[in-house]
Ligand binder design. Structure first.
Ligand code: GRF
Length: 209
């Protein structure tokens, strides 16, 4: 049986759709079992339903971040998910959720990490004046945008780029990178020489000996 993926998304959902299409084409051997959004109006929910993928909204309260994560985790477990994919999920995960799925949560970030962590990465890159930008898929750890890197794709920054034009160029590469990186992760259980998944499913850090 193909590995079952749970998706967390807050917005547009284009990376989720790219992953779903890669699965449909047979390029990625997996199944998206459930998409959960913290936002009722997220386009990702509608796109999932159009694709015939189970999709649920779970209300989010900043007063009790773990309540959402407990509910989402319970639903993912019931759906038999072994891997959680963040696809434009705009909330910070608490240590509770990261520890619930150690080494089993992946994220895509629109910069060449470790540069430009956090929000508005493309704007940060433009303001810094870098000539090469890109995107990164990494394993989620308790530190924001700092987990082991599974893959990256680079794009040039052009003279007349705005945040929008640069974001669009990066997004095109995100859609190629995310399914590829998930495929490698599932096939090898190894993050491109950046560590290895132990028998317990935990991703060992290169400096752990
Ligand atoms: C992407 O730029 C991704 O890198 C970032 O959030 C955005 C999500 O876009 N984490 P979408 O919802 O997948 O279209």
């Amino acid at each position: 049986m193909p590995p079952r993926i749970g998706v967390l998304a807050s917005g547009r959902g284009s990376n989720f759709v790219a992953i779903a299409e890669a699965i449909r084409r047979g390029d990625l051997k997996a199944e998206i079992a459930l998409l959960i959004s913290d936002r009722k109006d997220a386009a990702a929910l509608a796109k999932a339903r159009e694709l015939g993928i189970a999709a649920e909204h779970i209300p989010y309260s900043v007063k009790d971040r773990e309540a959402f994560e407990r509910a989402a985790g319970d639903r993912f477990d019931e759906a038999g998910c072994s891997l959680i994919i963040l696809a434009g999920y705009m909330r910070l995960l608490t240590p509770y959720f990261v520890r619930r799925y150690p080494g089993r949560i992946l994220n895509i970030h629109p910069s060449l990490l470790p540069s430009f962590r956090g929000l508005h990465a493309q704007k940060q890159a433009l303001e810094f004046g870098v000539k090469i930008a890109g995107c990164t898929v990494h394993v989620v750890t308790e530190e924001l945008d700092a987990g082991p890197i599974l893959g990256q794709r680079a794009v040039p920054v052009l003279e007349d780029d705005t945040e929008d034009t640069l974001s669009a160029r990066i997004l095109e590469q995100e859609h190629r990178l995310y399914p590829e990186a998930i495929g490698r992760y599932l096939a090898d259980g190894v993050g491109m020489g950046q560590g290895s998944v132990t028998a317990a499913g935990r991703l060992g850090q290169p400096d752990e000996g």
